[in-house]
Design a protein around this ligand. Structure first.
Ligand SMILES: Nc1ncnc2c1ncn2[C@@H]1O[C@H](COP(=O)(O)OP(=O)(O)OP(=O)(O)O)[C@@H](O)[C@H]1O
Ligand SMILES: [Mg+2]
Length: 247
């Protein structure tokens, strides 16, 4: 049985796809033993399949374009699926992954897809950027779409630029607190590197090993740690089908 995490905000461009793929990447990195010798030992007794899947439900499919880019650059660490038929979302939980991150569309027109994703999830992560323009659309998503369902959710501030100072971040945190929404302690900082990497099709665990890249990557590890994604066995449970076709 997989835990299904939906990344949702009907405001476009707040980082849903960035969070989905990079949480997938760091969760994979933690769950799959990076030491080749230990990894080989784990595979000898179990299934070498990825414990992590990222699924895109966005009909605009920028993440599919993105995943093709990554394929050309040595591949994504996790499994990736484009889901065109919302009915397939109901099958995700029975797949033999530990965690599935579901990227959703960033527009009101595609609310049917978002609703279908929420029908079959364990929790929701709502990214928002620290800008007043983002407040109302985020409130709509939480108060009209996620909240009434009673699904656990958390808001995470993404794309905060420390060079702008704390006022925007503080104002956004106060807005979230006034609303009474649960908020992640982790803030994902804005790094040019993230925007460049998505254009090049790289996930954070594929960034170069320099100081800035390490800092940029750290935010996603922190978020995954805070959300509790790193727990569980290094080898995925063998029960259950491994693809949507088998369900
Ligand atoms: N923390 C960050 N630092 C720098 N750039 C970022 C960060 N988060 C997202 N971006 C960039 O902002 C843009 C929008 O991000 P992304 O595509 O993840 O948003 P989205 O919510 O999925 O958008 P849509 O609603 O259109 O699907 C992308 O170019 C992405 O690279
Ligand atoms: Mg997106």
């Amino acid at each position: 049985m997989a835990l299904v995490h939906v990344i949702a905000n009907q405001k476009g461009g707040v980082g849903k796809t960035t969070l989905a793929v990079n949480l997938g990447a760091v969760t994979y990195d933690v769950l799959v033993n990076p030491e080749p010798i230990l990894r080989a030992a784990a595979e000898a007794v179990g299934d070498p399949e990825s414990p992590v899947m990222v699924a895109s439900t966005d009909p605009q499919a920028s993440s599919v374009w993105w995943s093709r880019r990554v394929e050309r650059q040595g591949g994504l660490p996790f499994d990736f699926a484009q889901i065109d038929d919302p009915r397939d979302l109901g099958k995700l939980r029975s797949l033999h992954y530990e965690h599935i991150f579901v990227d959703t569309p960033g527009s009101l027109e595609d609310e049917r897809i978002l609703q279908a994703a929420l029908d079959e999830c364990d929790d929701v992560l709502v990214p928002m950027v620290p800008e007043p323009l983002c407040y109302d659309p985020t409130a709509r998503t939480i108060e009209s779409v996620i909240g009434p369902r009673g699904i656990p959710y958390r808001v995470v501030v993404n794309s905060w630029d420390p060079r702008d100072g704390v006022p925007d971040l503080k104002q956004t945190a106060q807005f979230i607190q006034r609303k009474g929404w649960p908020m992640c302690n982790t803030v994902i900082r804005r790094y040019k590197l993230h925007a460049r990497a998505s254009a090049e099709g790289l996930v954070v665990t594929q960034y170069p090993r320099n100081r800035v890249a390490m800092e940029a990557r750290e935010d996603f590890f922190r978020l995954a740690l805070e959300m509790g994604f790193g727990g569980g066995a290094a080898v995925p449970p063998k029960s259950g089908p491994s693809s949507l076709e088998e369900v």
